[in-house]
Ligand binder design. Structure first.
Ligand SMILES: Cc1cc2nc3c(=O)[nH]c(=O)nc-3n(C[C@H](O)[C@H](O)[C@H](O)COP(=O)(O)O)c2cc1C
Length: 391
């Protein structure tokens, strides 16, 4: 299975290490960053969601009309709209982009951030609601007949959309979270299950939990797995480690200056212990050690309180590519990466890391295919021999 690469669609140039130099929605920067991804081998970019951030849906529509190939992963929080309204927005976007949309359903990992837009449910209730919401969106995308719905969180009668996605039967559903409620909801409904980058052993354990949850929901197939990292690459190992230490110093300096408090709400960000399990896991892993496996480095996660995708992979492009291949070998299908200088790092990673990973994945896939063919031949020979003996 070919591997896919997910980058970030930002509407301004700020990151944990750098204050933004533009407006929150900078049209030119949004396009420049999207174009850098499209021209450097990425498959898709994530438009994230934050309570006060520019709305990602029109941002995604803008990029889709300007670029030809880049696919969009649109983050969406169920608390901000009705599911039928959202389904039409997504279908329209899939039409605008000619079938390049996947929707990332966000349950919300932080109560305070959810309450900013009027959502006062508990996290477990939110996961229940997300599950009901995704089911309705799927039905609205596919049903040509009017339907009623009476559930725990939504009730309506006689809805039928007049706009349908280009992708048939429907666009992909992406989902993230590391709590038991997340595995249950995502295992049941997701096509893509997203994890934040953890060491190989912990990632393998999470993949297993997702598989179990999918089986418990009666599914034959398992969601595709996506894992996210913050690569820090340089031409030599030494330069990469210097860059990594500079990165953490910069994050800590900005934190000390009070510049990093109000972030997207998916982690701690220095404002007390994180509420969501995914961030708690990142903090615990960082407390247990700085370095794991081939290139995983946790001080970037520790410095941000496990705020979302925050574990780094440090080294030369070759080292980082090999580290990513370790995850591919675990069963990861989609590799998500974002640097600390969004634009330059998207270009460098696309130029120097993606080609190595793609080439190695193609080799591994060809070897697996040859092995499958060898086994099938051997089984066929055994069968023929058995027939000959019986005759
Ligand atoms: C890849 C990925 C991207 C995410 N993007 C966002 C986002 O843009 N905005 C947000 O508020 N939460 C985002 N989240 C947070 C999750 O959707 C979820 O609300 C949180 O992880 C739930 O916590 P749990 O680990 O306790 O289940 C993202 C999670 C993942 C794994």
């Amino acid at each position: 299975m070919p591997v896919e690469f997910l980058g970030i669609a930002a509407t301004s140039d700020g990151s944990e290490t750098t204050a933004r130099s533009t407006e929150a929605f900078d049209r030119d920067y949004t396009l420049r960053l999207g174009r850098a991804h499209e021209e450097h081998g990425w498959d898709r970019v994530l438009f994230a969601y934050g309570s006060g951030s520019p709305d990602p849906a029109p941002g995604a529509a803008f990029l889709a009309t300007k670029l030809d190939r880049l696919q969009i992963l649109l983050a969406h929080r169920p608390n901000v709209s009705s599911p039928t309204f959202a389904a039409k927005t997504f279908a329209t976007l899939d039409q605008i982009s000619q079938g390049r949309l996947t929707v990332h359903f966000i349950t919300g990992g932080n109560d305070h951030e959810q309450q900013r837009e009027g959502d006062f449910l508990t996290k477990d209730q939110r996961y229940d609601r997300t599950r009901e919401y995704i089911r309705i969106v799927k039905q609205a995308w596919t049903s040509r007949e009017p339907f009623d719905h009476e559930g725990e969180y939504y009730r309506f009668n006689d809805f039928v959309a007049d706009v349908f996605p280009v992708q048939q039967p429907r666009p992909g559903v992406s989902f993230g979270g590391s709590s038991e409620a997340a595995y249950a909801a995502g295992g049941a409904e997701a096509d893509i299950y997203c994890l934040w980058g953890e060491p190989l052993a912990e990632t393998a354990a999470q993949i297993e939990r997702v598989k179990q949850a999918a089986a418990a929901a009666g599914r034959q197939e398992t969601p595709r797995i996506q894992v996210a990292f913050r690569p820090i690459i340089a031409p030599t190992e030494e330069l990469a480690w210097e860059k990594a230490h500079r990165t953490v110093e910069r994050i800590n300096a900005r934190k000390a200056g009070g510049e990093l408090v109000r972030r997207r709400g998916s982690g701690g960000s220095g404002a007390g212990a994180p509420e969501n399990t995914g961030s708690q896991r990142l903090v615990a892993i960082a407390e247990a050690g700085e370095r794991y496996d081939r290139a995983l480095w946790t001080p970037t996660a520790a410095a941000t309180g496990g705020a979302g995708n925050s574990n780094a992979l440090v080294g030369t492009p070759e080292t980082v590519a090999q580290a990513l291949l370790d995850y591919y070998d675990l069963g990861v299908d989609i590799l998500s990466a974002r640097g600390y200088h969004l634009l330059n790092d998207a270009i460098d990673f696309g130029r120097y890391v993606i080609p190595i990973v793609r080439e190695e994945v193609a080799k591994r896939d060809a070897e697996r295919e040859a092995e499958r063919a060898r086994k099938a031949d051997a089984a066929e020979r055994d069968r023929q021999q058995l027939i000959a003996v019986q005759a």
